[in-house]
Design a protein around this ligand. Structure first.
Ligand SMILES: [Zn+2]
Length: 110
């Protein structure tokens, strides 16, 4: 059984190999399947909705900005903790990464 990432790679290879040799609709079908597979590959949420008090950030879906978690500094330690609400975005269905590292915090500038 292959996973979503492998399936996406195979479809892309299929397009690259056979485009122009089959009717265009065939490749449109592959593109639709790739888009659907991408929803199953976890993407990292991004901080949005900064609270001016500086103790809370919403974590938004990278596709549609729907809030899928939060970062908060409720204990005022200066260390933000993340709390994810769901595995998939309730608005668009994108699978959301559930685990974040120091690198993510650095990238977020927090
Ligand atoms: Zn979304």
């Amino acid at each position: 059984m292959i996973n979503a990432k492998q399936a996406k790679g195979m479809l892309k290879h299929h397009i690259a190999t056979w485009k122009g040799k089959f009717p265009a609709a065939h490749f449109e079908a592959c593109e639709i399947a790739i888009e659907a597979l991408e929803m199953q590959l976890p993407m990292k949420a991004e901080p949005i909705n900064y609270n001016p008090k500086g103790d809370y950030y919403g974590l938004g879906c990278p596709n549609c900005s729907e809030i899928v978690g939060q970062l908060d500094n409720e204990d005022a330690s200066g260390i933000y903790k993340y709390n994810m609400y769901a595995n998939h975005c309730p608005n668009c269905g994108q699978k959301i990464e559930q685990n974040y590292t120091e690198e993510d915090y650095k990238r977020w500038g927090i």
